[in-house]
Design a protein around this ligand. Structure first.
Ligand code: GDP
Ligand code: MG
Length: 162
């Protein structure tokens, strides 16, 4: 089965997107940053495709290092296992140096990567999307995982790549 991984800095909304796509409460989502404890995956059917969707960001080992190191490690792991990757950034915090670093890792891969900016809940956040093109990517998918906006435009392209 094809594997699709969701990666990104802590608290950008990976688990929220994962949950929306699962429509199950597999992943732990909370208002506290970094609360997701486990890397989880679920078999998803979208369009006519079935694939394994993988949430990342589990911070299981308190000795694992900093969030930055751990996130980096999980991105590399996801790249090994996944057939396609969804990279998520956060419109509310704006472009972050950590985003640039992770995108650098992703770009080395031959696998399809889809760059999405989450928390675009309305007009106010739409203004901030342009700055993410500084990542040097061809296409940005604005979305709101919490409200479901833009999620299916992204997933149409993700599933088409599998
Ligand atoms: P993760 O660490 O990347 O898995 O992020 P979470 O899914 O745990 O979400 C982190 C925080 O962002 C939580 O407080 C979510 O409610 C919030 N969040 C997630 N998606 C959205 C969104 O589309 N809009 C807004 N405003 N907040 C969101
Ligand atoms: Mg999470």
């Amino acid at each position: 089965m094809a594997v699709v991984a969701i990666v990104g800095r802590p608290n950008v909304g990976k688990s929220t997107l994962f949950n929306r796509l699962c429509r199950k409460r597999h992943a732990l989502v909370d208002d506290l940053p970094g609360v997701t404890r486990d890397r989880l995956s679920a078999s998803i059917e979208y369009g006519n495709r079935r694939f394994l969707l993988m949430d990342t960001g589990g911070f299981t080992d308190p000795d694992a290092g900093t969030f930055a190191e751990e996130t980096r490690r999980q991105v590399l792991l996801a790249l090994e296992e996944a057939d396609a990757v969804i990279f998520l950034a956060d419109a509310r915090t704006g472009l972050h140096p950590g985003d640039q670093e992770l995108v650098g890792l992703l770009r080395k891969s031959q696998k399809p990567v889809f760059y999405a900016v989450n928390k675009v809940d309305g007009r106010e956040q739409e203004k901030h999307i342009a700055e993410f093109y500084a990542l040097g990517v061809e296409k940005i998918y604005p979305l709101s995982a919490a409200h479901g906006l833009g999620v299916y435009d992204l997933m149409d392209d993700v599933t088409a790549s599998l």
